[in-house]
Design a protein around this ligand. Structure first.
Ligand code: DX5
Ligand code: ZN
Length: 231
């Protein structure tokens, strides 16, 4: 994985057909996805359950881009090795998931992955100030994690502050939740480069008729790039 700040669209397979993940992943990649975002939930850190390392390992066989695994679990550390073996390229842990995020980020890198740290809407940017040299990505949640299809919460001030704090470091800013062609330009103008989108990518399409996925991805990208060119 090389580092760049161009806009990347990362469809969340939380909005895919759960009986057909392989074909869904291939469909969104064919339709222009840059990364594939995988939401892991434990029914404890967030009030929903999704999939664990064996499922993520099965997804890996279909991902040809970047597998971006977002852990909404606590604790994180006992599972880092299993997600490395499952083939995650980036493993993101929430800063709220435990008392030692510094140790968690070190362990993710030591296991051979890029390390991400996610912030819930109520967590200020300053919470990651002393973690930026250990992180490859900061994920700003623009919904309370747990479900797709929620309303976008405006965290542009937090994104802007993080962008300043990051400076020249090769650290991505990802925004996750409620991203669509209306909200994407707001977060890209503030400094985000990775846009996770679930419902806004998968709406209107299916594996049998995937062209709406492409239309949706292009609409988000065009809206985001219009503002990044203007900036
Ligand atoms: C929410 C997840 C998101 C979710 C985004 O907890 O982390 O990745 O899939 O879904 P949308 O884009 O529908 O808000
Ligand atoms: Zn996510």
């Amino acid at each position: 994985m090389t580092f760049d700040r161009r806009v990347k669209i990362a469809p969340s397979i939380l909005s895919a057909d759960f009986a057909d993940f392989g074909r869904e992943i291939r469909a969104v990649e064919d339709q222009g996805a840059d990364w594939i975002h995988v939401d892991v939930m434990d029914g404890h850190f967030v009030p929903n359950l999704t999939f664990g390392p064996p499922a993520v390992k099965a997804f890996r066989k279909h991902v040809t881009t970047v597998m971006d695994v977002h852990l909404m679990i606590a604790p994180v550390d006992p599972y880092i090795e299993a997600f490395a073996e499952a083939g995650a390229d980036i493993l993101t842990a929430h800063i709220e998931a435990g008392p030692h995020p510094h140790r968690t980020l070190q362990a993710i890198r030591a296991a051979g992955m890029k390390a991400g740290v996610a912030l819930n809407p109520g967590t200020p940017a300053g919470a990651v100030e002393h973690l930026l040299d250990l992180a490859d990505m900061v994920c700003v949640m623009t919904v309370n994690p747990g479900f797709g299809g929620q309303k976008f919460l405006d965290m542009t001030g937090k994104v802007r502050r993080l962008r300043q704090m990051i400076g020249d470091r090769p650290v991505h800013i990802e925004v996750d939740g409620g991203v669509d062609p209306r909200t994407a330009p707001l977060v890209v103008a503030a400094g985000a480069d990775v846009l996770v989108a679930g419902s806004a990518v998968f709406k209107g399409g299916s594996v049998g008729d995937p062209s709406p996925y492409g239309d949706n991805i292009r609409a988000i990208r065009a809206a985001a790039e219009a503002v990044s060119r203007a900036a």
